[in-house]
Design a protein around this ligand. Structure first.
Ligand code: SF4
Length: 80
């Protein structure tokens, strides 16, 4: 009997920052201090390239409350 096996699909996610929209309010840093830092010139920087799943909730809060909508979560499927 032949069985076709579909490859496992792994879901990953990342945070995209539209730096042109960022006005340095710092809400993201307050909501997710492990993920974001606002620099002296009032622009956000991401502290980690690949956030952990345990940080997802904080990331969602940062996205939700960013007043300029500068943040976005991007979900991706990866086939190993
Ligand atoms: S909350 Fe939004 S506007 Fe404020 S620093 Fe973070 S990304 Fe920039």
């Amino acid at each position: 009997m032949h069985r076709s096996l579909s490859p496992a699909v792994v879901m990953t996610w990342q945070i995209a920052i539209d730096i042109d929209l960022c006005q340095g309010h710092g809400v993201c840093e307050s909501e997710a201090p492990e993920l974001f830092e606002v620099t002296r010139d009032r622009k956000v920087v991401a502290l980690v390239a690949q956030p952990r799943d345990q940080q997802r909730r904080a990331a969602e809060q940062a996205v939700k409350y960013c007043p300029t909508r500068a943040l976005k979560i991007i979900d991706q499927e990866v086939t190993p």
